[in-house]
Design a protein around this ligand. Structure first.
Ligand code: DC
Length: 223
């Protein structure tokens, strides 16, 4: 049986960076499910699909083939044969991904893909509903969060470092709005599973977060 770790939490809590590093140390495969929602959102954007139109959405989903590849332990998203790993990281796609992820048809489309991966491999899977919906039987569940202010500042620093012009207040507002949408949607809202360990990273640096995940994994039986 595979060993699975579910990490859920809001946008910008540092889940993906920490989970990726922890996966390297634990010799597990890191799966970023947000990237899958982003990939679907990108397709809908590029094809100008009206996602409020149920039949147009279903038709578009039937045209999508999503594959995951790994290069240097980095997850790549392949959409109908094209590597879209860079394209899915724009603010426009971020906003659209949150709207797209609220659609039950989209969540159903990705459910099997995510469960199959976790059944085959030892994965650290990060997302919003991994511990609650996708992998309720995961050996370890972590709810990783940080205050809006801390998350906004981290994202701001990240963008500044890349030379992308940005505004801290605007980023705070976007993060807050995305949290609200992700937590209040009817379909698989973001919430902490009852048996998840809460990890508030507001006062921690990246190494400390990774260390905590690795220690929790060891306690849960991953050596
Ligand atoms: O983690 P991220 O920012 O890449 O996620 C993009 C969007 O997808 C975000 O608005 C939340 C949504 N998402 C989700 O609903 N369920 C998941 N398992 C992962 C992401």
């Amino acid at each position: 049986m595979s060993f699975n770790i579910a990490i859920d939490g809001p946008a910008g809590a540092g889940k993906s960076t920490a989970a990726k590093l922890a996966a390297g140390r634990l010799k597990m495969i890191y799966v970023d499910t947000g990237a899958m929602y982003r990939t679907i959102a990108l397709y809908m954007l590029e094809k100008q699909v009206d996602i409020e139109d149920e039949s147009a959405l279903q038709k578009a989903l039937s045209e999508i083939r999503i594959e995951i590849a790994y290069r240097d332990q980095t997850q790549l998203m392949i959409l109908n044969g094209e590597d879209v790993s860079g394209k899915i990281r724009t603010p426009e796609v971020s906003g659209r991904a949150s709207l797209t992820a609220a659609k039950p048809a989209v969540r159903a489309f990705l459910l099997d893909l995510q469960r199959d991966l976790a059944a085959r491999e030892d994965v650290i899977m990060d997302g919003r509903d991994i511990g609650t919906e996708i992998l309720p039987g995961a050996q370890l569940k972590i709810f990783l969060t940080a205050s809006v202010a801390v998350r906004a500042k981290r994202r701001f620093d990240e963008l500044q470092e890349k030379g992308i012009p940005c505004d801290l207040e605007e980023i705070s507002r976007e993060i807050y709005e995305r949290d609200q949408r992700d937590m209040n949607r009817a379909s698989a809202p973001l919430r902490q599973a009852e048996d998840a360990v809460l990890l508030d990273t507001s006062g921690m640096n990246l190494e400390e977060v990774v260390e905590q995940i690795v220690n929790l994994a060891a306690k849960a039986g991953r050596t």
